[in-house]
Write a protein that binds this ligand. Structure first.
Ligand code: FAD
Ligand code: UDP
Length: 371
């Protein structure tokens, strides 16, 4: 074994959570070791140039959106933004219709003439009255009715999660808002964009601080015992940390197939969802996101699966109960804070992960200042 590595803090995972924590520590004069088992920083937000020069998102399309000016400004110190508003279409009944469901989706699907003024009344007439919203199916039929559920949500959700919407927490399908107007953007947050030169450049600039030391392609368990630290922030899977002592938490993974086409444009929108056709859930055309000019275009096909890297915590009742047991163990871990999508077994957008990273770092700094 080599000599002990000594740092004020140790951050496991170089995703947006870990990189934010590390940067805040570093700027307060603390030394930080950031460890990741992958060969790159940025976690699932990582992007890279493919052999055709197109910047692709290796772990699926990542669009930055937030209402937090604090997060926007913090990340804005490490990147310029391309002011990009994300649009998604769903391929339903051989039409490409706007999703989230808006006035135009309804009118084109049913060939009727709902207006923003009549949309609420229309949806009230088709939605199912429910006393309790117990699952993701309820979350959709209670707001949009059974037909929209069947055409846009039922099969997509089954493909995406491998289990029916009836077994999934309402919050999953509630992530898709309803637009009572013609707004066809996927998100409506005040700040939206893509790092102008890519996520990777942004994370490289975050990591470029004399107090931050990166150790890549190294697993937490292999290095444990070789690092001395005052505090540890762990953003890997919480069940793995505890050696799966209560059993494995459910994670859904994805397999991406990237294909380059020698044509200027491949599809109408950056992302097309296929709820009812094919085994993939969606296709993403990256040039429409990055704004690059090139002679060809690269598209990813996204196949959900159970094996592979943990991408999405699966919010079923069983998993929540199991997570609660790990969370109890986590409270007893003394100098370890569990954070991020995997550490807290929660769906987190990038902005929420960044905000959480800032909060965690500041709390630890305060705590250690007062000792
Ligand atoms: P991660 O990015 O998962 O980083 C954790 C890191 O820890 C990984 O790099 C991993 O290798 C490392 N690690 C784990 N265990 C160990 C270990 N034992 N030893 C060493 N290293 C370890 N958010 C948005 O805001 N907008 C979007 O459009 C969006 N699209 C998404 C699309 C997809 C397909 C997915 C899966 C997620 C999307 N997200 C999006 C969410 C976004 O990916 C997360 O918010 C973000 O990745 C969370 O960052 P994190 O640091 O918590 O976790
Ligand atoms: N969803 C769906 N049809 C769609 C888009 C989304 O049924 O066309 C459901 C699906 O269950 C998905 C959830 O809504 O997991 C949340 O969608 P979101 O786009 O937020 O998923 P993510 O970007 O996290 O993959």
């Amino acid at each position: 074994m080599g000599a002990m590595m000594k740092y004020d803090y140790w951050v496991v995972g170089a995703g947006i959570t870990g990189m934010t924590v590390a940067r805040v520590f570093a700027e307060q004069g603390k030394t930080v070791l950031v460890l990741d088992r992958r060969s790159h920083i940025g976690g699932n937000c990582h992007d890279e140039y493919d052999e055709y020069g197109i910047r692709v998102h290796k772990y699926g399309p990542h669009i930055f959106h937030t209402n937090s000016k604090e997060v926007w400004d913090f990340l804005g110190r490490f990147t310029e933004w391309r002011h990009y508003q994300h649009k998604v279409c769903a391929y339903v009944e051989s039409m490409l219709l706007p999703i989230p469901i808006n006035v135009d989706t309804i009118n084109r699907l049913y060939d009727i003439a709902v207006t923003p003024a009549t949309m609420a009344a229309y949806l009230a007439s088709v939605s199912v009255k429910l006393d309790v919203v117990k699952n993701s199916r309820d979350a959709v039929i209670g707001r949009l009715g059974v037909d929209i559920y069947d055409k846009f949500f039922k099969n997509y959700t089954l493909k995406q999660w491998g289990i029916p919407a009836e077994e999934i927490h309402p919050s999953v399908c509630e992530r898709i808002p309803i637009r009572f107007n013609r707004d066809s953007r996927y998100f409506s947050d005040q700040f939206q964009g893509i790092p102008l030169h890519g996520y990777q450049k942004m994370f490289e600039r975050m990591a470029a601080h004399e107090n931050i030391h990166l150790l890549l392609q190294a697993d937490f368990k292999d290095v444990l015992g070789e690092v001395e630290y005052n505090g540890l922030v762990y953003t890997g899977p919480i069940d793995e940390y505890f050696n799966y002592r209560h059993g494995k938490l459910g994670y859904r993974s994805l397999r991406f197939v990237f294909t380059n086409y020698r044509q200027a444009s491949f599809q109408e929108a950056s992302v097309v969802n296929f709820p009812n056709d094919y085994e993939f859930t969606r296709t993403t055309e990256y040039r429409k996101i990055t704004g690059q000019e090139a002679g060809s275009t690269t598209v990813s096909y996204e196949y959900p699966c159970n094996v592979g890297d943990p991408y999405y915590p699966i919010p079923t009742a069983d998993n929540q109960n199991l997570y609660a047991r790990y969370a109890e163990d986590a409270k007893k871990e003394g100098d370890v804070v569990f954070a991020g999508r995997l550490g807290s077994y929660r769906y987190l957008n990038m902005d929420a992960a960044c905000l959480e990273g800032m909060r965690i770092a500041r709390n630890l700094l305060n705590l250690h200042q007062n000792v």
